[in-house]
Design a protein around this ligand. Sequence first.
Ligand code: NDP
Length: 434
Amino acid sequence: KARNSHEPEFMQAVQEVAETVLPYIAQHDIYSGKNILLRMVEPERAITFRVSWVDDEGEIHVNRGYRIQMNSAIGPYKGGLRFHPSVNMSILKFLAFEQVFKNSLTTLPMGGGKGGSDFDPKGKSDAEIMRFCHSFMTELCRHIGPNTDVPAGDIGVGAREVGYLFGMYKKIRNEFTGVLTGKGLSWGGSLIRPEATGYGTVYFAQSMLETKGDSFKGKKVVISGSGNVAQYAAEKVLHLGGTVLTLSDSSGFIYDKDGIDEDKLAHVMYLKNEKRVRISEYVEKYPDAAFHPGKKPWGVACDVALPCATQNELDGEDAKALLANGCIAVAEGANMPSTPEAIHAFHEHKILFAPGKASNAGGVATSGLEMSQNSLRISWTRDEVDERLKGIMKNIHDMCVSYGEENGYVNYVKGANIGGFVKVADAMLAQGVV
Ligand code: NDP
């Protein structure tokens, strides 16, 4: 505790795991007395480095780059890169720690890692983004490799950034390998990877609803964020017959009482992925919708909530508002978007609640499928990848149920933590104290 007390997000993520995993360790002799969780909370390696780059006016900037190589017991480190001004050691360690459990849950052979920079991509030209990514990779390239550490995207790192990062890796190392996932289709990417986190979150929520004999059909759904995860979560909700009422970004949320249908969602994708502007521009084309500046969408009456923006975006008060409005299910598309108070409220009211490390694992699972396709030098069809993704999400759901059921109520947090823990702990025990 003392060693990490200055890292609040990391402490929060570890606390949540410890609460469910420590009692399990105490009940299972093979894990007790081995300090296994203590070993898991210390990164195998944490790298920070200087990233200097030149803007379009010729001014030199310096940012800090990071890669946290958390745990490689079951496979090469795997996890995204985040470019956002809030990035620091605490946030990346929390993400890397969660990633270890998440990757284990997918059943694919991937260890856990995370990285990024405090660089702010907002308002930067394409040339500036490229120069930053190239500079970032000149250092990162010596720490990663297809059998060592395979980064991917996260907040602020999408297909464009992965392209620039991959280009510089290939130039320096003179090899074409699957060292990054989320690549473009013509150069080693996988179909369905862009959609996978959002789709997977909704598949998971659908499995939860099915345990109650229910489905997305006719459900009112509120979604936060309007980036990669939020866009494809919205798309899958529409496929399954639900109505999407909200989307958001860091400036506020839009509420479209008539529902954000496929045409409107295509416009959101244009605004966010091509024009790269604020979500408030939505109401210029659809004036019947409302933009609420500086607000989060949790006060809008709904059946299902999908937080898909960032950590700690849904607090105890937000949870109370959702519950008061009759929300029956929350599935996290983002990593740790619900605060401990919010999770407590969901559990107390016994609604369906899926933690991100289970419900958003579809992204990294499909990255694992991208790695397999790269190694085999083949490409699977869209349907093949989607079927595998569905199967993986169903397995994760069922594993959470088997470890998380308590007197007829499924505590998916407990299920995900223990389900993810067992495989990594067993591998660590088998490999000895290293
Ligand atoms: P994007 O960068 O594509 O989108 C992020 C969205 O969240 C944007 O709408 C952004 O708004 C909003 N956002 C970011 N930070 C804040 C903040 N501090 N306050 C309010 N809104 C904010 O990222 P992704 O969609 O890829 O990632 C979203 C979440 O999903 C993250 O928690 C990520 O770790 C998690 N995740 C992503 C995976 C993936 O495959 N991409 C896999 C698993 C989890 P704005 O543009 O204004 O910043």
